[in-house]
Ligand binder design. Structure first.
Ligand code: BGC
Length: 378
């Protein structure tokens, strides 16, 4: 089967990358624009860790498929609703549609939606449309978990499956299962990398697309936990409300007003490039260090040139792919039977189905790009 081939190839690559990351590291050298590297402030060794969860997820997908064998999937009508139209989600969309096609679900029964401007009204109105069309389940990265609580409750009462992806939904009827990166761990990895590149002292600012979505709060909590006991302080956390253009102007303002800031953490995918551009145009690539999240093409370019020292990645492809399987199974097998199959694959918190977490540095870059190419998301 095509899927199995590509996923196991990806898993093999991840193992190879892990070995590579363990055995080799490289100084985060270079600064300037993405295309014109120059020497950076300090020669700091960061090594990547690539520990995605493809192997386990592929086993889960197979188990779900076996359980659904012989049952009609024609009633399945599912959607993947993310929080903003951003490069980051292209891989998630590819994964979702591939999951649907591997299950034999018609494209017309698999809707992908990304709010063009990252607005709650856009997300809510699409959900209303999907409900009126008789959707049987949806995965969601909720822009506002508090306001989603009531509608999720109503949906679940009506037998609509709701799966939290990318950002957990504690305290809601979708709390029992979250498919995505372990966000606290992701933040902790970012904080650990920051600690390394700053040599344990400095002042850091954080840029983020939300201060209420749990993926953001958990990543920031993990980041701050990793800095405990060091002489690094977090000077500010700035919310760009999922707007890349706001992130760019926020980054410029932070640099202009805080000459002592020497570390920047970009929590959402577009924050890394925004920070890298601002640091480059301020002429501070030699003194200000950046750790980001995700692997937008621009981010990888700045990793290559050394302007970004490391980026934490979370495999949204898997959130789309396995999300399609779970939502289909919830309709065909029911919630309890689906959860019985999912349970053995959960993390120790009992609700997280991890898509993995890794740190990409310059030394891992080309191998990571090969992995992306294999998944068709590069
Ligand atoms: C987050 C997503 C967000 C994306 C923005 C990612 O880091 O996990 O919630 O949509 O950044 O581009």
């Amino acid at each position: 089967m095509k899927l199995k081939t590509s996923r196991s190839a990806a898993a093999l690559s991840a193992i190879a990358l892990l070995a590579l990351a363990a055995g080799c590291s490289k100084s985060a050298t270079g600064s300037g624009s993405a295309s014109t590297p120059k020497a950076s402030a300090s020669a700091v060794t960061l090594s990547g860790t690539i520990t995605f969860n493809q192997d386990n997820l592929a086993k889960l997908d197979a188990a779900l498929k076996v359980a659904m064998a012989g049952k009609s999937l024609s009633p399945v009508d599912i959607a993947m609703v993310v929080n903003v139209a951003a490069d980051y989600w292209k891989a998630g969309q590819v994964g979702f549609l591939k999951g649907c096609s591997d299950l034999g679900i018609a494209t017309s029964k698999c809707t992908y939606f990304a709010p063009p401007n990252g607005k709650l009204t856009e997300q809510d109105s699409e959900l209303e449309t999907l409900r009126s069309q008789g959707i049987t389940g949806y995965s969601i990265s909720a822009i506002d978990p508090a306001s989603a609580k009531g509608t999720i409750h109503t949906d679940v009462q009506h037998g609509v499956a709701v799966l939290a992806i990318d950002s957990p939904l504690p305290g809601t009827d979708a709390a029992s299962l979250y498919l995505g990166t372990p966000n606290y761990t992701a933040g902790f990895q970012a904080g650990t990398a920051m600690k390394q590149v700053l040599g344990g002292k400095g002042k850091v600012a954080i840029l983020v697309g939300s201060l209420t979505a749990s993926n953001a709060t958990q990543r920031i909590a993990g980041f701050e936990a990793a800095l405990k006991g060091t002489s690094i302080t977090v000077a500010q956390k700035v919310n760009d409300n999922l707007q890349a253009s706001t992130a760019t102007s926020d980054a410029e303002t932070i640099l202009a007003n805080n000459p002592d800031v020497n570390g920047l953490y970009g929590v959402y995918s577009y924050d890394g490039p925004a920070l890298a551009q601002a640091v480059t145009s301020a002429g501070k690539t030699a003194t200000v260090h950046i750790i980001s999240d995700d692997s937008d093409a621009q981010t990888l370019g700045f990793i290559q040139s050394g302007v970004i020292s490391g980026t934490v990645v979370q495999m949204p492809y898997e959130q789309g792919y396995t999300g399609a399987y779970i939502l289909a199974a919830e309709k065909v097998l029911g919630q309890a039977a689906t959860m019985n199959i999912v349970k053995p694959y959960l993390s120790s918190d009992g609700s997280t189905l991890s898509s993995g977490v890794g740190l990409i540095t310059k030394s891992d870059l080309s191998d990571y790009q090969s992995l992306e190419a294999k998944l068709g998301i590069g």
